[in-house]
Design a protein around this ligand. Structure first.
Ligand code: HEM
Ligand code: MG
Length: 231
């Protein structure tokens, strides 16, 4: 194993993204979590998860805005609220309610306990989890930010965890793999996970999102400016 999981040291920094953190914990990204380029992120996502650049390049570009360096970012800076980091996350608290950077088991219990009676998560359960997490934020967070931008980010993130931990073509992912990914930020290789053989890109993610989004019964809390994120 040339990319062993090693827990971050006291000086290593990590992000609110379980995907980037897992890549850093396995050494696909610099283990320090510091001074990371877009090229390093795109290469690591492909090597570690078989995720194509087209699925994450916008997020990676936005990530540069989290700091002052022209071409690099630090993982901890990605917790900057409302840049990419948003409310109603699956595994982190809302910014106004506490710690929006580190894994939180209480928050994660909604996803962990979803799809009862079977041993997998799917697009339907992911949509229901998004609904439950947003309902909780709207009820308890008077400062909640919930526009189309956040909805699209959250739906992309759900389709990503189902794809990298399961079958990118069906969106079915073993619960054990998803839970290890979020809780330990580790690739569950010892438990039987293998890197997806299907390239995960916007053409595989979009069909999953087209199920997740209506199931989530999303309603905006605020309007946002029209989103322009590419040509
Ligand atoms: C959140 C996966 C790439 C930045 C998330 C979440 C997942 C995820 C599942 C939701 C976490 C939660 O709701 O608790 C992935 C995967 C990636 C990837 C599999 C492929 C390598 C990226 C990239 C960036 C990024 C390229 C930017 C440089 C973030 C941030 C969050 C996040 C800032 C926090 C959003 C929030 O929940 O508030 N990611 N991600 N991710 N991701 Fe990623
Ligand atoms: Mg968040």
């Amino acid at each position: 194993d040339d990319h062993p999981w090693i827990a971050p040291t006291a000086t290593d920094v990590r992000s609110p993204c379980p995907g980037l953190n897992t890549l850093a914990n396995h050494g696909y990204l610099p283990r320090t979590g510091m001074n990371i380029t877009i090229s390093q992120i795109l290469g690591a996502a492909l090597q570690g998860f078989n995720v194509d650049a087209d699925a994450i390049i916008q997020a990676a570009k936005f990530g540069l805005l989290s700091g002052n360096a022209p071409e690099t970012m630090n993982l901890d800076a990605l917790s900057l609220h409302n840049l990419i980091e948003h409310d109603a996350s699956l595994s982190r608290n809302d910014f106004a309610l506490g710690d929006n950077l580190h894994f939180n088991e209480t928050v994660f219990s909604t996803l962990a306990n979803s799809n009862p009676g079977v041993d997998f998560y799917n697009t339907t359960s992911a949509g229901l989890v998004q609904h439950a997490r947003l309902t909780d934020s709207v009820a308890r967070n008077p400062n909640v930010t919930n526009t189309l931008k956040e909805h699209l980010l959250r739906s992309r993130e759900s389709s990503l965890y189902l794809s990298i931990m399961g079958d990118p073509l069906t969106g079915v992912a073993p619960k054990q793999f998803v839970q290890i990914f979020f809780r330990e930020e580790r690739l569950p290789i010892a438990e039987g996970w293998t890197r997806p053989t299907t390239l995960i890109d916007s053409t595989t993610l979009a069909p999953l999102e087209s199920i997740i989004r209506p199931v989530s019964m999303w309603v905006a809390s605020q309007a946002c400016e029209d989103l322009v994120i590419g040509p």
